[in-house]
Design a protein around this ligand. Structure first.
Ligand code: ADP
Ligand code: MG
Length: 321
């Protein structure tokens, strides 16, 4: 590497994200020293992005920096937690200054938005791989989990799932949407928006929550399964964006909303008696979420249209049972 590991860390990662008063010692020593607030639980998440697996080779460096943090922020949002500190393990084929500058800027922008300090990490040479560990807090006993829902609870999702999967297809040249849809879909893949404010507010309303990273159908199934229940989704209620409809038509847009990945939206359950308060205190138009179905006794997730159960395979192919 032309740039020494030490110089690289100093230049790009020494002051990435915000400075926080609860960091007694950050980047530069053998380990970081961090102070958790009284009465809180420490929330920890970690995720790895591998080039060619989790993002296409040649993805914009700023997008890789953004996504590596965003996927972890989304996990904390799903727990109702507030993020605080990140660690970054970066494996690089070579230390290329322009690439590093953009990568760090992408990470830094999102870290500042959510008051995250980069407090440590590791830098190694090898195939491009980015691991971020994110730490945050939640008041003791107040975290949202996947397992708190019950049959009869209403099920909601934030945003418009499916956009990111379409954006990835655009990046890979598998989908050529009209020009006006293209930028939106690409951005939903390259720069996903973790729903931090919604996650924290949902502590007062939700019985269970999961972040949608592997497709709504599968992730709603994980929430239902962890809650020892099933779920029924209404196909025609699935929220889809105008750009996705422009790219695929409404039918295929809803299929992708169910089966696509990389959305980083929140799927959450709310007890029937709390739904009116939720809709009143967090107006859906302002907070950007939609009711898509309900938990039920029978295991598994079914998608219903006009009273008929639809069947989905993982590839998104649909037929009527
Ligand atoms: P050590 O040999 O003790 O692991 P390193 O030389 O790997 O130390 O790291 C020196 C300091 O720089 C440590 O505080 C470490 O946390 C930090 N660091 C290393 N790589 C990164 C990175 N990519 N981002 C943020 N901090 C980093
Ligand atoms: Mg090290």
């Amino acid at each position: 590497m032309p740039l020494s590991e030490f110089a690289l860390i100093e230049r790009y990662f020494r002051s990435c994200g915000v400075q926080r008063a609860d960091v007694a010692l950050g980047v530069g020593d053998d380990a970081a020293l961090l102070r958790s607030p009284e009465g809180s639980e420490l929330v920890a998440a970690i995720d790895t992005l591998v080039a060619g697996v989790h993002f296409p080779h040649g993805s914009p460096a700023a997008s890789i920096g953004h996504r590596a943090l965003a996927v972890n922020l989304s996990d904390l949002a799903a727990m109702g937690a507030r993020p605080a500190w990140a660690l970054l393990a970066l494996t690089l084929p070579q230390a290329e200054e322009a690439w590093l500058g953009e990568f760090a800027a992408g990470f830094d922008r999102l870290a500042r938005t959510h008051q995250v300090a980069l407090v440590g990490g590791d830098t190694t040479q090898g195939p491009l791989t980015v691991t971020v560990q994110l730490l945050g807090h939640v008041p003791r006993g107040a975290a949202l989990t996947r397992s708190g829902a019950r049959p009869g609870d209403a099920l909601f999702v934030s945003g418009t799932p499916g956009d990111a999967a379409a954006g990835l297809a655009v990046e890979q040249g598998r989908l050529a949407p009209p020009a006006e849809a293209r930028a939106h879909l690409r951005e939903r893949f390259l720069l996903p928006t973790p729903r931090m404010a919604l996650g924290e507010r949902l502590r007062d309303f939700a019985s269970a929550c999961i972040d949608v990273s592997d497709g709504l159908l599968g992730d709603a199934g994980k929430l239902a399964g962890a809650s020892r229940a099933g779920a029924e989704l209404a196909f025609d209620e699935l929220p889809i964006s105008e750009p996705l409809v422009a790219a695929l038509g409404a039918e295929r847009a809803r299929e992708l909303a169910l089966t696509g990945g990389d959305d980083y939206e929140l799927c959450f359950a709310v007890r029937p008696e709390n739904v009116a308060r939720l809709l009143h205190e967090l107006p859906p138009q302002r907070w950007g979420y939609t009711r898509i179905g309900a938990l039920r006794e029978a295991a598994g997730v079914v998608v219903v249209r006009d009273g008929i159960v639809m069947e989905f395979s993982h590839s998104g192919y649909v037929h009527f049972a």
